[in-house]
Ligand binder design. Structure first.
Ligand code: PMP
Length: 291
């Protein structure tokens, strides 16, 4: 992945993709003092770029550091990099991390570095294929109590249990895993939020110990625009047998119907289809969508 052509924006400059390197004694690597974003460009524009940039800056603030660029500067860098890479539809990965000036838990003097990379990652908008749904396992690890982790930050360290859970699910032939939270309530997948349908109403867990995804909020708005009621509440795993449909939402996942979670079964249906389609329309740049 590090041997590609193209450029990466690195601390204010465009550098060759292969040369965007850091030292092995980087604090972000040893102590997970890093925050990142995942964004998608559609039709040459990053969907909800400002919201992602603001979340990146806020994630850094929660970890106790100031991202040394303004939101305007990061947005401009992203837009210019997208044009220089020449992609119209792409995935965007900004990251900010503490550098290598000090090595130890304390890193007060370490530089805060910022990089942005953009690569092609086709969005999966073949609705027919999507409507088959993906299979999820139930993860062993649980999302931590906000008293034990900075759960509002898109912090690299919080993904340790996600990678372990995703690998365990994949080893059993599943696409992903549903994670419960520390109380045993349904939380989210390893990189996407979760919704359920019962009697025409959408149910989704309250994001009080995991990321309130930008896609999640978009889908809540799209559903309300269609007159679909949305209930945000605590959902216990025992309730899963009572839901007819289930789908995941996330920048990478977009709206992805789910057909199985461990022993529970769902049939992707009308509400999932409506929101897959509405989200596909919503992400397109407005003038392009009007053409
Ligand atoms: N939860 C986790 C753990 C994630 O990694 C993501 C993807 N960023 C989401 C939820 C969905 O967030 P968004 O819709 O902002 O991409």
């Amino acid at each position: 992945f590090d041997q590609r052509d193209g450029e990466i924006w690195f601390n204010g400059e465009f550098v060759a993709w292969k040369d965007a390197k850091i030292h092995v004694l980087t604090h972000g690597l040893h102590y997970a003092s890093a925050v990142f974003e995942g964004e998608r460009a559609y039709g040459g524009e990053v969907f909800k770029l400002r919201a992602h940039t603001e979340r990146l800056i806020e994630s850094g603030r929660i970890l106790g550091f100031k991202v040394p660029y303004t939101a305007d500067e990061i947005d401009a860098a992203t837009t210019e990099l997208l044009a220089r890479q020449g992609f119209s539809d792409a995935y965007v990965r900004p990251i900010a991390w503490r550098g290598s000036e000090m090595m130890g838990v304390a890193a007060q003097n370490n530089r805060i570095n910022v990089a942005i990379a953009i690569w092609q990652w086709p969005s999966y908008f073949d609705p027919e294929q999507k409507m088959k749904g993906i299979r999820l396992d139930l993860a062993e690890y649980r999302r931590p109590d906000p008293m034990t982790a900075p759960s509002k930050s898109k912090a690299a360290g919080l993904y340790m249990i996600c990678t372990i859970s995703k690998h365990a699910a994949e080893a059993k032939g599943y696409a992903d895993a549903l994670m419960l939270d520390w109380r045993g309530q349904v939380a989210e997948a390893t990189g996407a939020n979760v919704f359920f349908v019962k009697d025409g109403v959408l149910h989704t867990p309250k994001p009080d110990c995991f990321l309130d995804g930008i896609t999640r909020r978009t889908v809540v708005d799209l559903a309300k625009r269609r007159g679909i009621e949305v209930v945000e509440r605590a959902i216990m795993p025992e309730e899963l047998s009572g839901f007819s449909e289930c789908f995941l939402t996330g920048t990478a996942a977009e709206v992805t119907p789910v057909s199985e979670i461990a022993d529970w079964r769902f049939t992707p249906g009308a509400i999932s289809k409506r929101l897959v389609d509405d989200y596909a329309a919503e992400v397109m740049p407005k003038q392009a969508a009007a053409e």
